[in-house]
Design a protein around this ligand. Structure first.
Ligand code: HPA
Length: 244
């Protein structure tokens, strides 16, 4: 049984190189996951995969059923989750085509089902979210990046926005003043829900574009030019991670 699951975001609805053994449809008490849980082997190691936005990339960030996805992964026995997520770069060194392993989160999302702890509860639970990403899994990712000879930013605060629209330049200025280094639409509530389920969770952020108002290029052209470059790096890091 796979210990690690990869949740693939934009550009990673399928994991090239994953030898699929079977797909498992998992019903959850929280509704439908984005798709079946895909079981297979990547670089010789068992791994589980889920496409966050659905197989055909049809589910927008604010409509992803994050609870169902994580619950389904937990249900099939996964203990660790690696999120691969496209982001915009805010900090100067967060350059399109690069990869960052963020260590903090600021959450600007709203109206999403963001907790398992509601309804008829035996007691109130407040998870410790001081370090939102699993330090151990982050460390493994950084070691894997080094082994794969891929330079990565080894820190960064991920600002999670609601989407599906991209931000205004003024919003990015505000995020920067708040301390955000990268911006994406799917980082929350996914990270907190993973913690609520006791799953180790970390993020491999693929910098697809300069955030709004930060670059010269049109944002969509920026994404077109850089997303796949960053995804290739993320795949190399995952390969090294799974070999270890
Ligand atoms: N903003 C929010 N989410 C994103 C971006 C961005 O610039 N790029 C990729 N996902």
């Amino acid at each position: 049984m796979a210990e690690l699951a990869i949740i693939g975001g934009t550009g990673l609805t399928e994991l090239d190189g994953l030898e699929i053994t079977h797909r498992e449809v998992v019903a959850s008490p929280f509704g439908e996951p984005s798709g079946p849980v895909v079981h297979g082997r990547f670089c010789g190691t068992e791994v589980t995969f889920m496409a966050r936005h659905g197989h055909g990339h049809t589910i927008p960030p604010h409509q992803v059923n994050y609870r169902a996805n994580l619950w389904a992964l937990r249900r099939v026995g996964v203990r660790r989750v690696l999120s691969v997520a496209a982001v915009g770069g805010i900090r100067e060194d967060m350059i399109p085509g690069g990869v960052a392993i963020p260590d903090q989160i600021l959450d600007y999302t709203w109206g999403r089902d963001h907790t398992f702890f509601e309804g008829e509860l035996k007691g109130v639970t407040h998870i410790d979210f001081t370090q939102p990403y699993c330090p151990e899994l982050r460390q493994w990712l950084l070691v894997a990046a080094k082994e794969a000879d891929i330079p990565v930013s080894d820190d960064g605060t991920y600002g999670a926005t609601q989407g599906p629209r991209l931000e205004t330049a003024a919003e990015i200025d505000k995020l920067e003043r708040d301390g955000c280094d990268i911006v994406g639409m799917t980082g929350m509530p996914e990270a907190a829900l993973a913690r609520e389920l006791g799953l180790s969770y970390a993020c491999c952020a693929v910098i697809a574009n300069h955030a709004a108002g930060r670059g010269e290029a049109d944002i969509h052209a920026d994404i077109e030019a850089n997303l796949n470059i960053g995804l290739d790096k993320a795949r190399a890091i995952m390969g090294a991670l799974l070999k270890n």
